[in-house]
Write a protein that binds this ligand. Structure first.
Ligand code: 6GU
Length: 226
């Protein structure tokens, strides 16, 4: 899979690339590129944003700057590009990221993430250059970069080769295997600590009973959430 991030802070992704499961995915042949938006601005002094029409606080990423940058990176009109691959604007008002959307993106051959800063994007970027807009939650962070890393982290760990256990990604919180419920509780040694004993069933060796116990705990957590 090819994951591209268009950002004003490409160097932030150097750290991210070094994280174990990310590094594993890259070794397995997946790609994560951080593309510098400022490198391709047609405006002087590296300008990429401007004050909002109608007034108000903050700065807005310019549509002409994004157009030039995407043309430079892909040698394609971005209006056409977003019909050929997923181009996603990271913005607090977008579609909420969840396990289903992560699975959907992990199945794509190529995804481009656009990071906004300040007050975000000129709306025409989202309208004409993007296939989707995605949010990581109902709160605001200063820019799309950390959201891009959250999305890339979630997507990359679903890809073959990123995790030690093939099983770890299928039967985890919110997966179809758990009926969309959160994961059951885990325990490890010591079996008793400060008087806190682990559930007996986990020491029973009865795999079917353990499976049923875990499924029940998972359902309880799901119900408590709702
Ligand atoms: Cl994708 N970007 C920003 N700036 N804030 C957010 C977000 C994205 N998702 C939730 N909050």
């Amino acid at each position: 899979m090819q994951l591209d991030v268009v950002t004003l802070f490409p160097q932030w992704f150097d750290w991210f690339r070094g994280q174990h499961h990310v590094a594993k995915a890259l070794e397995a042949g997946h790609e994560l590129r951080a593309l510098d938006l400022r490198e391709h601005t047609p405006l002087s002094g590296g300008q990429v944003d401007d004050t909002p029409f109608g007034g108000g606080a903050g700065m807005v990423l310019r549509v002409d700057v994004m157009d030039h940058a995407l043309q430079a990176f892909y040698a394609t009109d971005p209006v056409e590009l977003c019909k050929e691959r997923r181009v996603i604007a990271l913005t607090p008002g977008g579609r909420m990221l969840d396990d289903g959307l992560v699975d959907e993106l992990a199945a794509e051959p190529a995804v481009t993430l656009l990071c906004g800063r300040y007050e975000g994007f000129d709306e025409r970027i989202v309208q004409h250059f993007c296939s989707d807009a995605v949010s990581i939650g109902r709160y605001v962070i200063a820019g799309g970069e950390l959201a891009a890393m959250v999305l890339c982290d979630a997507v990359l760990r679903k890809l073959p080769g990123a995790l030690g256990h093939a099983q770890s990604a299928t039967e985890e919180s919110f997966s179809a295997a758990l009926g969309g419920d959160p994961e059951y509780p885990h325990y490890t040694r010591p079996a008793e600590y400060r008087g806190w004993a682990i559930p007996d069933v986990l020491l029973s060796g009865h795999h079917e009973e353990i499976r049923r116990w875990r499924r029940a705990r998972s359902r309880e957590r799901g119900a408590a959430e709702a």
